[in-house]
Design a protein. Sequence first.
Length: 266
Amino acid sequence: MEVYKQVFKLGLIKTFQYRVNFYFGLISVCFPLLIQVFLWKGLYSSAPGGILFGYTFSEMMMYAAFACLLAKIISATFIYEINEDIKNGGLAKYLVRPVNYRLYRFFEYLGEKVCLMLCSILLLLAIYIIGNYAAHKSFTMVHFIIFLPVVSLATLLNFSIFYAVAGIGFWMRESSGMLFIISLTGNIISGGIFPLDIFPGIFRAIFKVLPFQYTNYFSVSVLCGTLSARQILAGIILQLLWTIVCSEIGYKVWKAGLKNYTAVGG
């Protein structure tokens, strides 16, 4: 376990070494949010009763702000590092050592995310307080407190999903383009840009049987207070179940991939 503690520290050190990148990463959240402000402002100007897809303008903006920050917290950029390890033979050095590669990547992922999570949660809290005040809602910390373990599970689930996805590198000479498309698509269908309520019924039905919604959409819905206690409990159980399922899929994908893996370079 000491090895993984050191890996966690290395991930943390990496964040502090590239502080400018860290700050710009946080600031970059503002740009897609500004685009959404102008987009939704135009759409709501002609909305009957000032409501679209069951959201008022202020509720939609709160969702967009929460979703943008949360997408940043749970983003799975490690898939490109795994792709490089597979493609260039760097994976071989982990296979010949007494190190579990999945745990290695997971603790490095956590180390890199800690500062981002803390800063983002503080921003989320500020937006939560201001947003509730602007929407003339009674302020309560209950939903925010419930949100904390939910977002932790969302981070774990997102890691499990994309660790499994990264395994496609064993069967593709160059998979970075495919990984980018999957990552972008995953962000959209997880509710990381727009709430899933805006999609037609057939698409929502498809999304409901996929694990992606339990990363972003479910977490943001908890924070927005649009779910009942029963729905939150059911969602948490499904987060746990999907994490187990995706971890098992990832294990089998990697087991199959390693049988055909040939280290070149490294």
